[in-house]
Design a protein around this ligand. Structure first.
Ligand SMILES: NC(=O)c1ccc[n+]([C@@H]2O[C@H](COP(=O)([O-])OP(=O)(O)OC[C@H]3O[C@@H](n4cnc5c(N)ncnc54)[C@H](OP(=O)(O)O)[C@@H]3O)[C@@H](O)[C@H]2O)c1
Length: 275
C-alpha cells in the first residue's frame, strides 16, 4: 500500500442513485486512506470515450453497473475466468493504461448468505432461482461453485432460463414461470433475482406453502429491505436473508484490488446505506 491518492469510481447510466460512493468513501475514511470514489454518468453510446477519459485522468479502477456490464467486456484488455464464465464485468482495475475486468456479484451473493446464516449448507439440497436476468447469471454460477446439487430456474421468458442451464445441463433445469410454486417442495434455498417486489415494480406473486421448514429464503432486492417475499417467509417461520449484504459484500474485492485493504461490512455501514 502506498500513500498515493487513489482515484476510483462507478460508471453507469443513470448513476445518481448508486450507493457505491457511500460504501467506498466510508471504507476510505475508516482505513485512513487518501483517495476518492465518484459516480460518473456514462451514457450507453459513450462508453469508449468515457473509459478513455477515466484512464487519462489517472484512475486506478472503477465499478461498472447498468447498462455497461456486458459492453465493457469489449473494451477490457483482459477478463478473468470468473467474469468470462458469468458473461459480465462489474469491477475493472487499471494498470499502465490497461483494463483488467472481473466480476464480484457472485462473491457478494454467497458471502452475504455465509455471514447472515452461518450454518446454512449450500450442498444440502436444491436451489430454486426466480428470474434469469443479469443478476441471476452471477448467482447461478456462484451456486454451482458452492456445490449446490440441483438448481431450478423459473423465469417469465423461459428461453432465458434455458440459456442459463448451459452452465451445467445436468444440474440445472429451466421450468415454466407458471410452475414456480410447484418446485418449492424439498427446496434448500429459494432466491428471488427478479425485479418483482422492488419499490416501483409489480409484486412477486408466489406462495411458499409447499416450501419445507428448513428452507432459506433470500431476495437480492434491498429496496424495500424486507420484501413481501421475505415477509411471507417470516410469517411461515422460515429463515430469511435480505439483499443488502450482497450489495455491500460485492464491493469489498474491488476496494481491495485498488486500495490494498479488504474492508469489512459493519452494522454502521449497513445502516448508512439503508438510510
Ligand atoms: N443486492 C444486490 O447487490 C443486487 C445486485 C444486482 C441486482 N439486484 C437487484 O436484482 C433485481 C434484478 O436485477 P437484474 O440486473 O438481473 O435485472 P434484469 O436483468 O432486468 O432482470 C430482471 C428479471 O426480472 C424478471 N421480471 C421483470 N418483470 C417481470 C414480470 N412482470 N413478471 C415476471 N418476471 C419479471 C425478468 O424476467 P424476463 O427475463 O422474462 O424479462 C428477469 O428475470 C433488481 O431489482 C436489482 O436491483 C440486486
Amino acid at each position: 500500500m502506498s500513500n498515493d491518492f487513489i482515484k476510483t469510481a462507478v460508471i453507469g447510466h443513470p448513476i445518481s442513485h448508486s450507493k457505491s460512493p457511500l460504501i467506498h468513501r466510508y471504507w476510505l475514511e475508516k482505513h485512513g486512506l487518501s483517495g476518492s470514489y465518484n459516480a460518473i454518468d456514462v451514457p450507453v453510446d459513450n462508453l469508449k470515450q468515457g473509459v478513455a477519459d477515466i484512464i487519462k485522468d489517472g484512475f486506478s479502477g472503477f465499478n461498472v453497473t447498468i447498462p455497461h456490464k456486458i459492453s465493457i467486456m469489449d473494451i477490457c484488455d483482459e477478463i478473468d475466468d470468473l467474469a468470462t464464465a458469468i458473461g459480465a464485468v462489474n469491477t475493472v482495475t487499471i494498470k499502465n493504461g490497461k483494463l483488467y475486468g472481473t466480476n464480484t456479484d457472485g462473491f457478494g451473493f454467497v458471502e452475504n448468505i455465509k455471514r447472515s446464516a452461518a450454518d446454512f449448507d449450500f450442498k444440502e439440497g436444491k436451489a430454486v432461482v426466480l428470474g434469469a436476468g443479469g443478476a441471476a447469471n452471477a448467482v447461478i454460477y456462484a451456486l454451482l461453485q458452492e456445490g449446490v446439487p440441483e438448481i431450478f430456474i423459473a423465469n417469465r421468458t423461459k428461453e432465458k432460463a434455458q440459456k442459463l442451464t448451459a452452465f451445467n445441463p445436468e444440474k440445472i433445469k429451466a421450468i415454466d414461470w407458471a410452475l414456480r410454486n410447484d418446485v418449492l417442495e424439498h427446496a434448500n434455498l429459494i432466491i428471488n433475482t427478479t425485479s418483482l417486489g422492488m419499490a416501483g415494480h409489480p409484486p412477486l406473486d408466489i406462495s411458499l406453502r409447499a416450501a419445507p421448514a428448513h428452507v432459506l429464503v433470500t431476495d437480492i432486492i434491498y429496496a424495500p429491505l424486507i420484501t413481501d417475499l421475505l415477509k411471507q417467509a417470516k410469517i411461515s417461520k422460515l429463515r430469511t436473508v435480505t439483499g443488502i449484504g450482497m450489495l455491500l459484500h460485492q464491493a469489498r474485492p474491488g476496494f481491495k484490488l485498488w486500495n490494498g485493504v479488504l474492508p469489512e461490512v459493519t452494522e454502521e455501514l449497513e445502516q448508512l446505506v439503508l438510510t
